[in-house]
Ligand binder design. Structure first.
Ligand SMILES: C[S@@+](CC[C@H](N)C(=O)[O-])C[C@H]1O[C@@H](n2cnc3c(N)ncnc32)[C@H](O)[C@@H]1O
Length: 212
């Protein structure tokens, strides 16, 4: 287990014992779901499609996707997060499959398996060269024509890219740099929005597609 998993594990245990419903406060979870709803409306997928929620944490986004009729898998590298998601799943009768899996590692049975991959605040937890491996895996796990929905902290458009690692263990980059990484992986950026209304970092909301 690497240090990053350990720190996410202990953060999840602390958040759970402090009455949180997941990684974020309930207000932020609600805002994240509004943002993802906005992105999902842009791609208009049908119920039954296979969806991966990568870095699913305690499963709140996975459950929301399941309510929309998708066939959902949630993966996270933190065992504490997955245990929490499974506990909730047992309580709410969810059919979502939750799996402790480091998305930096290949998973052969996911090759060209998903119609849609959703990443809510996982990409900015991945730093350095690992980002190439992460994005390459997501690309490989999508079917041709599949969509990638991303919500990620970013920097203002005028910021210097050299300041992209201003929080330890986080990679906060300008929007154009993130789009560049996706394009280099093979994705086509379909739609990009920046939400700069909140108190913290601006939020990049992006739809990308794997070519058919
Ligand atoms: C900021 S939290 C967001 C959790 C969830 N998406 C949400 O919105 O509640 C980021 C999550 O990404 C997970 N994560 C970080 N690196 C990962 C990796 N390499 N593979 C899978 N999950 C990872 C962390 O364990 C953590 O649960």
């Amino acid at each position: 287990m690497n240090d990053d998993c350990r720190s996410h594990d202990s953060a999840y245990r602390a958040k759970k014992s402090n009455g949180y419903s997941g990684w974020d406060s309930d207000d932020v979870i609600a805002q994240n779901l509004r943002n993802l709803g906005f992105l999902l409306n842009l791609v208009r997928l049908k119920p039954g499609y296979k969806v991966l929620d990568t870095g699913c944490g305690a499963g709140n986004i996975s459950f929301w996707l399941e309510e929309k009729g998708f066939d959902v898998t949630g993966c996270d590298s933190s065992q504490a997060a997955i245990d929490w998601a499974l506990e909730k799943s047992a309580q709410n009768g969810s059919k979502t499959v939750f799996l402790c899996h480091d998305a930096l590692r290949e998973k052969e049975d996911w090759t060209r398996h998903f119609d849609l991959i959703v990443d809510c605040h996982c990409l900015h937890c991945i730093t350095g060269k690992d980002r190439d491996s992460y994005l390459a895996n997501l690309y490989n796990w999508l079917k041709p024509g599949g969509f990638f929905l991303l919500a990620s902290m970013c920097l203002d458009k005028d910021s210097d890219e050299d300041s992209s690692n201003i929080i330890p263990n986080r990679h906060i980059a300008p929007c154009q740099a993130i789009i560049g990484e996706l394009t280099k992986t093979g994705f086509t950026a379909v739609s990009t929005h920046i939400d700069a209304e909140g108190d913290g970092f601006p939020e990049l909301l992006l739809v990308a597609q794997k070519p058919r």
